[in-house]
Design a protein around this ligand. Sequence first.
Ligand code: ASP
Length: 324
Amino acid sequence: MKISVLGIGGTICMLKDSSGGVNPKLDAKMLVESIGLSEDIKIEAKTILSLPSPSLNYDNLLEVLKTAKEEIKNGSTGVVVTQGTDTLEESAFLLSLFWDEAAPLVITGAMKNPSEIGADGASNLYQAILVASNTNSLNRGVLCVFNHTIYQPRFIHKSNSFSLETFVSINGGNIGYIYEKDVIYISPIYKNKIYKTPNSLNKNVAIIPTCLDGDSMFLNNLSGFDGLVIDGFGAGHVSFIAARKLKELNLKIPCIITTRTGSGMSAYKTYAYEGSEMDMQKNGFIMGSFFDSLKARLFLTMLLSNGFSNNEIKKEFENYYKYF
Ligand code: ASP
């Protein structure tokens, strides 16, 4: 059995240097060596990138996807990607839209760098390798492994800036655990809807927050964007002023309204006041369903890059979280 470990950066590979702080230093081979794997698994370790995850971009992730697929073609039965946790929920979700292999693609990282007491990187990497090499992981698409837990990209969220227990599943459960070196799935296989991988994800989608008395944000120039995500109040609402302003703009680009609450679904047919979901839908705005604003932005970018029309985009948003 051969597992590929692809390093792309993050705290898991960072060490203190003369700057006084930590920076990416360890390559993928060093990370693998640090866990002293005793299992009968051949590891192919490659460093693709060495970046803090806020500086990852779409091209980087398309490169990760391409390399991971090559590794499978070259005989690996699973792939592990090590990256920073700050954008892990976004890269995992984006990769999950394109990963069409039966073999698992497992993403992990660390909250504490290797020189800190209680560093979690080696343990997370070890667990990710166990998951990637387990036959029960087949046909489960992209998985995230952290702190003994297996997450689905569509639900994963980083919820704390320092805690080792930072990752949580929102609107859905964790799908498995790694205890006593065993990989234990507690849910059936969920089908992932797979989309064509575009040559580039060069669409510009903005996220606009909503906040009390924050209407001035909607007065900014919204030209130059291919799509918008408005992180709406409550079940996906905007203020009277924002609603008027947005309607006046007569936008031709798709505009998705999500909920800023952190969990739950946007409404479709409950509220009718100005700025509510019923009012905004009548004016061509698309409700975000179970997507948070970060995942909505990625999803919209992918749909636009694949040439989906506004009507098709509406349907994809409505149905994505109902696809099993
Ligand atoms: N800032 C780091 C990064 O996202 C944190 C981490 O690796 O978890 O790369």
